[in-house]
Ligand binder design. Structure first.
Ligand code: TRP
Length: 336
């Protein structure tokens, strides 16, 4: 670690392969940040298990898949420490210690957790593990002493919860833990899914994955939501709320040409299929090098596991130091 650089930590639940929404909302930013920060990227398998505890093999497989995605987009293990949450024992221990500093009422008010409970239908079988995952997230962040946490808007409550824990810890036991700041990338929540209605997400089945093969990509682009009233090519079409155009706004490099297409579409005479073909070429060009790099990496699984092993080792070195200071402050550092 370079002592002059600030520490950044982000993470993903390994609940599936990563998609274009992940790329725009976080991966791209991580590739940029790795030069400026001491960056940690965590694969949050314990957090994924809080609602996938019945299918641990899937979580395990996704740890591998997510790491492949990271390396394929250019997260560089010589600059970024990639680690697996469950392998950092200090995280579990810190979680236990932080639990005293949080009330059940406070946890129950977390709007993101509330939303997830509703969306996942967990009302009648809400586990203690799920309700307290924001506390474990505070342990993720504080164990490496993160200064900044780049996240989507939905994670703001987690950062607030983390800083509340930090404040009450420090006021009770002394100034040990570091406060952190959320950074929300602008584009984060902008990429809609293929349906054009909701944010791109695996659970809504509206995602384009960084690993999608050309034929899958084609099928997805051709199925994208456009203007439902644009029935014949000659009809004037709507550009606002038209998924294909909103993707072009983000991915096309030739803005002048996109403007021309928009005008043509609005006037009438430009068909959906033509616009979709244009977008397909752009997306294929974007995804192709990532897909190919991913395939290369996949040929050598041991390299992926070695990368994770090295990341866990160096994170453990940092996290164990934090844990030692926490235990000392809490008077549980017995020296028999
Ligand atoms: N909760 C985050 C998500 O669902 C993942 C996560 C776990 C995380 N621990 C973190 C993000 C710590 C930032 C910092 O995407």
């Amino acid at each position: 670690m370079n002592a002059n650089k600030k520490i950044a930590l982000t993470g993903d639940r390994p609940s599936g392969k990563l998609h274009l929404g992940h790329y725009l909302g976080s991966l791209k930013n991580r590739v940029k940040m790795q030069d400026e920060f001491n960056q940690f990227v965590m694969i949050a398998d314990l957090q994924a298990l809080t609602d996938n505890y019945k299918t641990p093999e899937k979580v395990r497989d996704n740890v591998f898949q997510v790491c492949l995605d990271y390396l394929a987009v250019g997260i560089d293990p010589s600059k970024t420490t990639i680690f697996i949450q469950s392998q950092i024992h200090a995280i579990s221990e810190l979680t236990k210690l932080y639990l005293n500093l949080v009330t059940i009422a406070r946890l129950s008010r977390n709007p993101t957790v509330k939303e997830e409970i509703k969306n996942k239908g967990l009302e009648d079988r809400l586990t203690a593990g799920f309700l307290v995952y924001p506390v474990s997230q505070a342990a993720d962040i504080t164990c490496v002493g993160a200064d900044v946490v780049p996240v989507g808007n939905d994670q703001i409550p987690m950062i607030e919860q983390c800083n509340e824990i930090v404040d009450s810890f420090n006021s009770l036991y002394g100034p040990v833990l570091n406060r952190c700041k959320a950074i929300v990338p602008e584009i984060g929540d902008r990429l809609v899914g293929l349906d054009g209605k909701m944010k791109m997400s695996k659970s809504l089945d509206n995602a384009i994955y960084l690993s999608d093969e050309p034929d899958t990509l084609k099928k997805k682009v051709m199925s994208m939501y456009t203007d439902p009233n644009h029935l014949r090519v000659e009809d004037p079409g709507q550009v606002e709320g038209n998924t294909v155009f909103s993707y072009l706004d983000i991915f096309a490099t030739n803005a002048v040409e996109v403007e021309k297409m928009k005008e043509h579409y609005q006037r009438g005479g430009l068909g959906d299929v033509a616009v979709k073909r244009y977008l397909l070429d752009i997306l294929e060009e974007f995804i192709k090098p990532i897909r190919e790099r991913r395939k290369e990496l996949e040929k050598n699984p041991q390299f992926i596991w070695d990368t994770l092993k090295a990341g866990c080792k160096s994170t453990n070195d940092t996290a164990n130091k934090t844990l030692a200071r926490v235990k000392e402050a809490m008077k549980i550092n017995y020296k028999f």
